[in-house]
Write a protein that binds this ligand. Structure first.
Ligand code: PLP
Length: 358
């Protein structure tokens, strides 16, 4: 849902600021039951595999994606295996009782380790559905269903505004949402009714973990070691854990680097304390408790105003990627989920399959 908030616009001096919110705020028509825009990708991705195509979809997640897929699977009866870092398991819950079709495995490691374990389970990620594999990868940013699902944020904005915005602000870990916004904008330009200029993507990472913003500062297509010094500690110390992907689709063709180059965009970063201040300000002005990642995006917007990157004449869309958790608990309750096993990142594919077949 795309809407304006007068108090916020006035406070920032941005009369043309629009918020696109995916979370739970029924009075505004927002009904994402697990509270984040990962739901926009979960439903189309699960629908995009035909029922006879393998048994289970495997999803590595740092939290929000796992919750969105668990909820979608609980509602549709499709089978998913969620592979999550141990630390993230507390952020997994659904509002619909799930059955045996949702299985969780925790990994002693971070999101990157969870991705590697999920790749082991799926074998070659490029294998096709036709082989009827038991475990199929959801495909991340390479999955068109995920990108098109997330791209609906830009469709919602363009429909409400009647035009494409000048700027699109979003907090990123993988940057898939940014890529999706770029692709959706290209299609809206082809449509002809929404203008002919690509919105400038203004993406934000959470210091101290900023591989993409660091590489982009050098205008390098490659992320190297120096872009994420002391990566594990950095990952563990950010305000928003969902923004910590150590292998984002940045340099690949059609990835974040290409998206930023095409639109003349930028990736910036903000500190934890600034994000926390932004969280409080946003809640005070809108009544919505945002996801920490959305607070990072909002902090990035405040910073861009201070640095005069954007001003009163700019039409801006802030992707408020999640929130409303307090209300979800009150309105829907939540059902915690527990893992069936805890594994080390070194586990073999056979051991994993053995665990899952029990
Ligand atoms: C995953 C997530 C992001 C980052 O999305 P990407 O575009 O994949 O980097 C931002 N906000 C929330 C709430 C998320 O769950």
């Amino acid at each position: 849902m795309t809407f304006q908030n007068k108090a916020l616009s006035k406070h920032l001096g941005l009369p043309r600021l629009w918020l696109t919110f995916t979370g739970w705020a029924p009075e505004r028509g927002c009904y994402a039951k697990t509270g984040s825009f990962k739901e926009l990708e979960a439903y189309p991705t699960l629908s995009n595999i035909s029922a006879d195509c393998g048994k289970s979809m495997v999803i590595a997640s740092a939290g929000n994606t796992g919750r969105a897929f668990a909820q979608a699977a609980a509602e549709t009866g499709r089978s998913v295996v969620l592979i999550v870092p141990e630390k993230s398991v507390s952020s997994l819950w659904t509002v619909t009782e799930s059955k045996e079709n949702v299985k969780i495995i925790t990994v002693s490691g971070d999101y990157f380790d969870a991705i590697q374990v999920s790749e082991k389970l799926c074998g070659n990620p490029n294998q096709s559905c036709a082989k009827k594999d038991e475990y199929i990868p959801e495909g991340g940013a390479k999955n068109i269903a995920r990108r098109d699902g997330m791209g609906t944020v830009m469709l919602s904005a363009a429909e409400t505004l009647g035009r494409l915005p000048d700027y699109y602000f979003q907090a990123v870990g993988s940057g898939t949402g940014g890529i999706a916004a770029w692709e959706a904008s290209e299609r809206l330009i082809q449509d002809g009714r929404f203008g002919s200029t690509l919105p400038k993507l203004h993406l934000i990472q959470n210091r101290p973990f900023t591989p993409m913003s660091s590489a982009w500062k050098r205008r390098s297509r490659q992320i190297c070691e120096e872009d994420m010094p002391d990566a594990l500690n950095a990952v563990a110390s950010v305000y928003s854990p969902v923004l910590t992907n150590r292998s984002p689709p940045y340099g690949v063709a059609g990835g974040v680097f290409d998206a930023l180059t095409a639109c003349g965009g930028n990736i910036d970063s903000v500190d934890n304390c600034v994000a926390d201040d932004a969280f409080k300000l946003f809640e005070e002005m809108t009544g919505i408790d945002t996801d920490p990642a959305a607070a990072v995006a909002f902090a990035g917007l405040i910073q861009a105003v201070e640095e005069k990157v954007v001003g009163a004449n700019d039409t801006i869309v802030l992707n408020v990627t999640g929130g409303g958790y307090k209300r979800i608990e009150e309105d829907l309750g939540n059902i915690p989920m527990s893992s069936i096993a805890s594994v080390s990142p070194e586990i073999s594919a056979d051991e994993l399959k053995e665990i899952l077949s029990n």
